[in-house]
Design a protein around this ligand. Sequence first.
Ligand code: SAM
Length: 270
Amino acid sequence: MRRFSAEYLEFTREGMWADGREALADCSLPDRERVLDVGCGTGEFTRVLAEETGPDATVIGIDADTSLLDVAREETSALASYAAGDATRLPLREDAVDLAACQALLVNLPEPARAVRELARVSADLVAAVEPNNADVTVSSTVDREADLEREAREAYLAGVETDVALGDRVESLFVDAGLVDVRTRRYLHEKRTAPPYAEPALESAARKASGAGLDDHREELRNALSAAAYDDLRRRWREMGRDVVAAMREREYERVELVPFEVTVGRVP
Ligand SMILES: C[S@@+](CC[C@H](N)C(=O)[O-])C[C@H]1O[C@@H](n2cnc3c(N)ncnc32)[C@H](O)[C@@H]1O
């Protein structure tokens, strides 16, 4: 199972769904009574679901990584409850909820179709998946080589990763294959903007670029696509770029915008 640190999840989801939630309209969240968020991690999406459902709704987050659930419980204890479980063998009976949802889960699974079938099994009504299209991410930056290097690293990552991290609109066919009906998709564009004054997570992210730690998080996938020498070369250029970012931040001259498209697919159990 691919593992994620709590810091990584909190940083990458920062600001997500804060600028509008129209793309979640087909989930009919105000009408839901029992909502499940599978692969909830630190509860970033669970909190959004809990905020949008009515006061009497029950919201449960499930994840296989119990250390992330500990963080989720600290952040969301009053809004939702959390339990350990595997997305491909959910510890719930059939029809236990009226919305079974996930965010950025299917792209991390070797067999996403199995998880979709489980979401459909435990829901009496709706199933929803919010999945990034990692092949269409764009970055612009005031540090010249940052966008090019990020593209180079992303292409190597996409070539080396073993799951389909750019599922995008193919989630619709997974839903149809699982027997779901009325399947529809809306797009949410997550804009991550870094500009002065810099918040602590942005400063940490720059430091992790300069040390190479951010790239090392994906070393395994990158090394599947790159030779040892090519990885070392990318890492050396990446760290130089990171030092430029840190220097530009000291001068309060650094700005970066990242756009990550997410497809929100919703289907109904017939
Ligand atoms: C990219 S994170 C997304 C977390 C959260 N949904 C969010 O959007 O911030 C993927 C999550 O799926 C969890 N995960 C991966 N494989 C899983 C499995 N087989 N069963 C349950 N959770 C799993 C990971 O532990 C991680 O928390």
